[in-house]
Design a protein around this ligand. Structure first.
Ligand code: PMV
Length: 306
């Protein structure tokens, strides 16, 4: 059996503005993973274990399309394998589940072809498949998921990694509302087209926050980071991508002692993220669950990486 996997990701700041050339920061969530396991079969087939679904290479699933691209890139005939996919990453909640599944499938196909799955090639393939999910993705999701490192990301620029000082603890909470990123990205696009002079300054203010968040990470300044996270949330509200549920969770986290909180990812539903300390982690978790979060998990960044 050949296996490969990939992690989830969460955006710390800069979402949406990143589509318009502003910087954003995202981090891997190594505890949540998608796994692809390949075993010999008659033809290439995919089995989605969690959904009890299976399909072949001619399907219109983005996974089949990615697999066709991988075979083309590697100049190989589709290998006769069943690729079983299992993922602990909730879908449509801003955690990069599509990118992680695509990365795991691409890696397993590289391995099956006897090639080592180098990140640069896998990233390019996963980016192509992200386009099928999101329309005009900035590329941040695939980059963090494939490299599994916190990144400072500017569209079409070389990837910059961040040297983190100290430790940052986060609690992420899921509203339980599935909100496709494609829709909120499209809505922000319409807002932008209908009033650039009003929207451009909001996007630029988010860009300034991302630069300041990077400085806070690089100097270990959690207090500054907390403040910046909430400022970013307010700007995302102005872009109309928050929701009552997200605002409610952000407020609940702050009331319970979080140093900062904001929605994370496409918005409207999906996840929010709160900055905590080891002491406030438990009360913030409890507050988020009683405020209606369907799932919470801890993640963090430290001097050694994720
Ligand atoms: O996949 P999500 O929901 O974490 O959102 C991706 C971030 C956006 O900036 C909203 C879109 C993009 O392509 O960067």
């Amino acid at each position: 059996m050949i296996r490969a996997d990939a992690c989830a990701k969460i955006i710390l700041c800069g979402e949406h503005a990143v589509v318009y050339g502003q910087p954003a920061i995202a981090m891997p969530v190594s505890s949540l993973r998608a796994v692809a396991a390949a075993e010999p079969a008659d033809i290439l087939r995919f089995a989605l274990e969690d959904l009890d679904e299976s399909f072949t290479l001619d399907s219109d699933s983005p996974i089949a399309s990615l697999a066709r691209q991988v075979c083309e890139t590697l100049h190989i005939a589709p290998p006769p394998l069943t690729i079983r996919l299992k993922s602990a990453i909730p879908i449509a909640s801003g955690l990069g589940s599509g990118a992680a599944i695509a990365a795991a499938v691409a890696r397993v196909l590289f391995r099956a072809a006897g090639q080592s799955p180098d990140n640069e090639r896998i990233n390019a393939l996963v980016y192509e498949s992200e386009k099928l999910y999101h329309g005009t993705p900035s590329g941040i999701d695939n980059t963090v998921v494939v490299y599994e490192q916190p990144v400072y990301f500017i569209r079409d620029k070389p990837i910059e990694t961040i040297k983190i000082q100290g430790e940052f603890h986060f609690i992420a909470a899921d509203t339980g509302i599935a909100a496709p990123t494609k829709i909120s990205v499209g809505d922000v696009r319409r807002l932008y087209e209908s009033g650039r002079e009003r929207i451009q300054p909001i996007l630029e203010a988010i860009g300034v926050i991302s630069r300041q968040v990077r400085a806070a990470l690089e100097s270990g300044d959690a207090a500054a980071m907390g403040k910046l996270m909430f400022e970013n949330h307010v700007l995302l509200q102005q872009l109309t991508v928050s929701s009552l549920e997200l605002d409610h969770l952000v407020e609940a986290a702050l009331k319970a002692g979080a140093m900062g909180a904001k929605l994370s990812g496409g918005g409207r539903g999906g996840n929010m993220i709160a900055l905590v300390t080891p002491d406030t982690a438990a009360p913030v978790k409890t507050a988020l669950l009683s405020a209606g979060a369907v799932r919470v998990f801890e993640t963090g960044l430290s001097g050694t990486g994720a």
